[in-house]
Write a protein that binds this ligand. Structure first.
Ligand SMILES: NC(=O)c1ccc[n+]([C@@H]2O[C@H](COP(=O)([O-])OP(=O)(O)OC[C@H]3O[C@@H](n4cnc5c(N)ncnc54)[C@H](OP(=O)(O)O)[C@@H]3O)[C@@H](O)[C@H]2O)c1
Length: 226
């Protein structure tokens, strides 16, 4: 069985990842901002404090991870935040935008950097970045959401760069759009249930190889335009 690290496992898509991975008998390490509020209890689940926007927190998280495991097979960079959706140019808040970029773009880079040595310890290790179709430049038809869209476009580029760097050391890196999912972020009108999205995502991540590293897929397996 493999060791998976999931960021933001306390609710939404991250929580569904944990439930499904534990049912498959994997070991799961999750990083959350408030571990004391997690009610899940499982022999193969480790909950560690993590704020992906804070470099010190990420370094301490990686240190704690290394005390639980000598290798990481899969890192899922799931933690993310919105920007106060559909803001147009006269509504954009530059300070909030920087916070969104910090969490959604630099956060996954920080965590990948800190866990890279543990990912290097095994062959065929994987990084899966949970991005969004809203980060697709080709698909930006309705505009708005400057910060969120840009943060996910940036994450897509980081995925590509990491995939090039990972190629020679057996680490594949791809990014995934989970669909419009019924979570706190997706809202009640979202057509996709977390269970359906995460079932698709886990299937794709399990199939992820070095040959198809550096690509952008929807949870259904459809490849998306950058
Ligand atoms: N739902 C959708 O329709 C949809 C569509 C496209 C992409 N996505 C992406 O899917 C991922 C998961 O989204 P979701 O729908 O599950 O959202 P969600 O229900 O709002 O959950 C977001 C998760 O990210 C965590 N998080 C936020 N900031 C963090 C930080 N600084 N450090 C650590 N954890 C942090 C939250 O923790 P707290 O509880 O502490 O805030 C929470 O666990 C995100 O990357 C999102 O952009 C979602």
């Amino acid at each position: 069985m493999a060791t998976w690290v999931i960021t933001g496992g306390n609710r939404g898509i991250g929580k569904e990842f944990i439930n499904q991975l534990l049912l498959k008998n994997h070991t799961v390490i999750t990083g959350v901002r408030n571990p004391e509020q997690m009610d899940e209890n499982h022999e193969f689940l480790h909950v560690i404090k993590l704020d992906v926007s804070d470099s010190k927190s990420v370094i301490e998280f990686a240190h704690s991870v290394s005390q639980h495991t000598s290798q990481v097979d899969v890192l899922v960079n799931n933690a993310g935040r919105m920007d106060g959706r559909w803001q147009s140019i006269d509504e954009v808040d530059a300070d909030v935008s920087l916070e969104v970029l910090n969490v959604n773009t630099i956060g996954p880079l920080r965590v990948a950097q800190a866990l890279w040595p543990l990912l290097e310890k095994t062959t065929d290790s994987k990084v899966a970045n949970i991005t969004s179709l809203m980060g697709s430049i080709d698909d930006c038809l309705s505009g708005k959401s400057y910060a969120y869209r840009t943060s996910k476009t940036g994450l897509n580029m980081i995925t590509k760069i990491l995939s090039v760097e990972g190629k020679d050391i057996d680490i594949s890196v791809s990014c995934y759009h989970p669909g419009w999912v019924m979570t706190d972020m997706g809202g009640e009108r979202a057509p996709v249930q977390p269970h359906e999205s995460v079932t698709g995502l886990i299937r794709l991540i399990e199939m992820q190889t070095l040959e198809q590293s550096g690509r952008f897929f929807e949870y259904t397996g459809v490849e998306l335009p950058w």
